[in-house]
Ligand binder design. Structure first.
Ligand code: SF4
Length: 407
């Protein structure tokens, strides 16, 4: 069997910053203080295309430009189409707004009862705790508020948000997001998680963060101890391309896992980044190798100025077809569209069900072969069941069901 050579490659080292002391490189505050935030800084290492230069000049009016040295190292400077570069280096396309695009594409603002809380689904809320990130993704759904380049003036009121959750017993699931919650200090995170954990009806706490990917140095023993103390805390990270799976990210994921944090990944399907099967397969395999379960593959939201990055939905469906059945089930994410205007996440699946009639479901397998399955079981005489029925276990025996008989 052919194994792509890059599967076992894990980028590591300080690259362009080899002269920096290792202790600085491994410090998350050093990484933040040394982010590349200006066009001239990018030009020191990259020859910007005219499209990129135009995008950089416009960036700070739409979404700030910032890249950590760690993540910048993953860019191939000789490739203007580098998939890492496309995610964080602005392009002129950000300045144009297609008719279908929106400032708030998934209708969060209209479902926000108090600043920072989005209550769209019955039993869960999104708690936006900051508008800052370690680096800025050029397709960010919340670019209206993240980095405050558009003067949204987002001011999360933690107490108001906590009170809202306390007063709504139907809320059993809280997702901390932003911006990136892991940019908060340990003290603030400890306080927030402690307060949430003390609310009796909050069963499930999760964090959405791209920090492990942009700034793995932030995953410190002290932070892991906070997660352990308030656990279980679930975390969705955001990796889009296999090149982002570095030795540092793998180590950060291991630390989080050992602290009892189950990890999932949310990728965004992006044109020229991961919109081909080979790249996506390499990504999901590397995620599993890092203890991360591929969770969602998002169709990119209709955020303003994102047309140059949005892949075709058909491509996403083809990728799903190429994954399902062709690789480990754990490696297959759910392809979803966050319904424009606030309809919530909707799974978009290749058509496996061909027909559903009164008696059977007719369906295709991953090879396109047709099968049928009865909708309901046919009742059998009780004595026949006792004599012949095999032990039915469809989950853990891998289909090896026939060798045990009931007494
Ligand atoms: S890390 Fe998340 S919130 Fe921050 S810019 Fe990227 S997508 Fe937006």
């Amino acid at each position: 069997m052919f194994i792509p050579p890059r599967r076992h490659e894990w980028f590591e080292g300080q690259g362009l910053w080899s002269d920096v002391p290792e202790s600085s490189w491994k410090s998350w505050t050093w990484q933040l203080q040394n982010r590349l935030t200006r066009t001239e800084q990018l030009e020191k290492y990259l020859t910007l295309t005219p499209e990129e230069r135009a995008g950089c000049l416009f960036a700070n009016r739409k979404l700030a430009l910032a890249v950590t040295p760690y993540f910048f190292n993953l860019i191939d400077p000789s490739d203007p189409d580098c998939p890492i570069r496309r995610q964080v280096v602005p392009q002129g396309g950000e300045m144009t707004v297609a008719p279908e695009e929106m400032l708030d594409p998934v209708g969060e603002d209209e479902h926000s009862p108090v600043p920072g809380i989005v209550h769209r689904y019955p039993d869960r809320v999104l708690f936006l705790v900051t508008d800052r990130c370690a680096a800025y993704c050029r397709y960010c759904t919340r670019s209206r508020l993240v980095s405050n380049a558009q003067d949204y003036n987002f001011h999360p009121e933690y107490e108001q948000g906590l009170r809202y959750i306390e007063e709504h017993p139907e809320v059993r699931d809280v997702l901390l997001s932003g911006g990136d919650p892991l940019l908060l200090s340990d003290r603030k995170l400890d306080h927030l998680l402690g307060r949430l954990r003390a609310i009796p009806h909050v069963e499930f706490i999760r964090i959405g963060s791209r920090i492990p990917v942009f700034l793995p140095q932030r995953i410190t023993p002290a932070l892991c101890e906070i997660f352990r103390r308030h656990g279980p805390i679930w975390m969705s990270i955001h990796v889009n391309h296999p090149r982002e799976c570095t030795a540092e990210l793998r180590e950060a994921c291991a630390q989080l896992s050992f602290a009892g944090v189950p990890l999932g990944n949310q990728s965004v399907l992006l044109k020229g980044v991961n919109d081909d099967l080979e790249t996506m397969k390499a990504l999901v395999h590397k995620l599993l190798m890092m203890r991360v379960r591929p969770y969602y593959l998002y169709q990119c939201d209709l955020i303003t100025g994102s047309a140059h990055l949005r892949a075709n939905v058909r491509t996403g469906l083809e990728i799903m077809k190429g994954l399902r059945g062709h690789t480990t089930g754990y490696a297959v994410p759910q392809f979803v569209i966050d319904a424009p205007g606030g309809g919530g996440k909707v799974p978009i699946n290749p058509e496996y069900v061909v027909k559903l009639d009164e008696e059977e479901v007719h369906f295709r397998n991953y090879e396109g072969k047709l099968y049928r399955y009865p909708l309901a079981s046919t009742p059998m005489p009780q004595e026949a069941v006792a004599e012949t029925a095999p032990v039915e276990c469809g989950c853990c025996c891998n289909g090896d069901k026939g060798d045990k008989l009931l007494p």
